[in-house]
Design a protein around this ligand. Sequence first.
Ligand code: ZN
Length: 179
Amino acid sequence: MLYATEFSEISQSVNNNDNLKSRVLELIKDEPIPGKVTEGEVRLENLKDILTRYFNGTIGIPQAITDVECRLPRHGSPYKNNNRVFPQGWSERLVRTSISRFYNQAVLTEIVESGGAECFIGHSSSESAGSNCSQLLAGSRQSASDMLDRLTNAYRDGNWSKEVKIPSHPHCTHTVQPV
Ligand SMILES: [Zn+2]
């Protein structure tokens, strides 16, 4: 399986697909990850290192979450007293959002660069039926460049909009696939 049909298959697909893996690892190295949680000395570098280890298959999600709590500790952040920056489960939210963002960004970039117009977004076995992405995107083909723009606007450039995108929330389990 070269492409994940849902979040739980991301690790396996990347480790079966060398081109995609290189693309993911390059994006992690080169691209910003905006957000208050990663502000402050070495926090961003540490997150990138943890994500790299995850996509290399060295660690799984539980270890990545533990590593985030250890290497980007709340008490080391300039926003440590802000519960909106550090809500319940912030470390898991950060890990899952970052994995989904970099994986889907890599697939969409590959589709667009190879001249593809559309991507397919499948239903996920663990989607929440009421979420925007389940209702508006899952089970449909979408413009790959629109999906890439929405993703990068939010997760690379930090411009949040209400446009529905992948990932649409920290526990979004949808993935994009080439058509
Ligand atoms: Zn979703």
